[in-house]
Ligand binder design. Structure first.
Ligand code: MG
Ligand code: MG
Length: 256
């Protein structure tokens, strides 16, 4: 069931999103060659707690194997759900950072991919095209249109760029819980409800350089490309109003 949010709820979700984007702005300069991803996770945890939020990802999943970090850090062939570790970031890495904050029950969700040091032109293009796919998807998310327009727009742009679309994971409704209906696929598939005012969606293309297939590692979390080729991931939380779509999280990689 899709839960439509009223304006007061969207105000709360917006506040959570702005907090999350403020965190990302401070985090980005720390993501550099030689840094352990676990150190970044500790920093993120401290930042969110100090700001008065709760890390929304920490402890999610089954009680037997809860996610141990406050942020997902997925490097190179890791697509999503990378667990922070002693791994050191190296020049040439693509580092995807995916985080969420629970601020008084209002949940935000955002992801970016950073190219560290000297990356190949193809890897740089993957990062750029994936971010463009995100904005194509958001452009298709309009009150009165149909849900599958989003996946159609994302897929079209990814294929134009010569890349493939991860279809085993998708975006989602968000705001009052981390994962709500509807599923927001990055290809046109599944139910195709009309988009309505009050929907809050996490739109998040995951785009691969090689094959679209992915698999989950034995740790139960880390999703990697089936062929070991690089992947990128960009995500915004957006809210639909009768006459416009507002991006609640902010563009954190450009100078404001
Ligand atoms: Mg996310
Ligand atoms: Mg998400």
């Amino acid at each position: 069931m899709i839960r439509l949010k009223n304006n007061k709820q969207i105000d709360g979700i917006r506040e959570s999103c702005h907090m999350l984007s403020a965190m990302f702005r401070e985090l980005i300069p720390l993501v550099k060659e030689g840094t352990e991803t676990l150190d970044l996770d500790h920093w993120v945890h401290g930042w969110i707690i100090k700001a008065g939020g709760k890390p929304a990802f920490l402890g999610v999943g089954s009680p037997k194997n809860p996610f141990p970090g406050s942020i997902c850090i997925s490097v190179n062939d890791q697509v999503i759900h990378g667990i922070p570790s002693k791994r050191k970031i190296a020049s040439g890495d693509l580092v995807s950072l995916d985080c969420g904050i629970d601020l008084g029950g209002y949940i935000s969700d955002q992801a970016i991919t950073l190219a560290i040091g000297r990356v190949s032109p193809e890897a740089a293009a993957l990062v750029r095209v994936t971010e463009e796919c995100l904005y194509k998807g958001i452009g298709a998310a309009r009150t009165g249109d149909r849900l599958l327009q989003i996946g159609r727009a994302v897929q079209g742009h990814a294929h134009e760029g010569g890349f493939t679309v991860v279809h085993q994971f998708c975006g989602h409704g968000v705001g009052l819980a981390l994962h709500e209906d509807p599923q927001v696929h990055n290809i046109p598939r599944g139910p195709n409800p009309k988009l309505s005012a009050g929907m809050v969606l996490a739109i998040e293309p995951m785009i691969n350089m090689g094959v679209p297939e992915v698999k989950t590692l034995d740790d139960g979390w880390t999703v990697v490309t089936a062929d070991g080729a690089y992947s990128a991931h960009w995500e915004h939380t957006v809210a639909l109003f009768p006459d416009r779509t507002e991006i609640l999280t902010e563009d954190v990689t450009k100078v404001p």
